[in-house]
Design a protein around this ligand. Structure first.
Ligand code: FES
Ligand code: FES
Length: 200
């Protein structure tokens, strides 16, 4: 087992993991972050996409089934569960997906939204072709993609109009408290060793 420390949605978790554990399984099974889903486990569908800080601290989209949990040691991760702002205000991409009805079964949606956030943080004013290209690693079996492209276009316009970036806001103390209403103790079903620590 290897000891790792990962900050997920603004809460630090210190945990022992097997070197072969995939990040998506660590998020779901040890940290209870089941909003991040597994579609294929083979890096094809994008359903497991999260944002992870690179060595420079910039959040970039990664398929969490293609990353080992030990590779996330010391990194910051934002999942779909940490995207909403203070008071659970929907992120502009979440709101646009809702308003444009950019989902049907919803299985691809967490990964699709995280990939869209990553795309817009790189390119705040993408063309439809650039949106399609930016999301080509994320598969949807239901929607035909039209409303997804419209939603990303709307979210980009809303963010530009508001003069904000699509990058998620760093969580506030309140957001951390909201995520851990028991004051930082593990949520039900979280193993004892996966004790979340509020970010100092
Ligand atoms: S579950 Fe990760 S890409 Fe499909
Ligand atoms: S909404 Fe069903 S897979 Fe995309």
């Amino acid at each position: 087992m290897t000891r790792i420390s990962v900050t997920v949605d603004g809460v630090r978790y210190d945990d022992d993991v097997e070197p072969r554990t995939l990040l998506v399984h660590h998020l779901r099974e040890q940290l209870g972050k089941v909003g991040t889903v597994v579609g294929c486990d083979t890096s094809n569908c994008g359903a497991c996409t999260v944002l992870m800080s690179d060595p420079d601290g910039r959040l970039v989209g990664v398929k969490s089934c293609s990353v080992l949990a030990v590779q996330a040691d010391g990194r910051e991760i934002t999942t779909i569960e940490g995207l909403a702002g203070p008071g659970n205000t929907l992120h502009p991409v979440q709101r646009a997906f809702h308003e444009r009805h950019a989902l049907q079964c919803g299985f691809c949606t967490p990964g699709m939204i995280m990939a869209a956030v990553d795309l817009l943080s790189e390119n705040p004013d993408p063309t439809d072709d650039e949106i399609r290209e930016g999301l080509e690693g994320n598969l949807c079996r239901c929607t035909g993609y039209q409303n997804i492209v419209r939603a990303v276009r709307d979210a980009a316009a809303a963010a530009r109009e508001a003069g904000t970036s699509a990058e998620p806001e760093p969580p506030t103390v309140e957001a951390v408290d909201a995520a851990t209403p028991d004051g930082g103790l593990p949520s039900e079903g979280t193993p004892d060793e996966a004790v979340p620590q509020p970010v100092p």
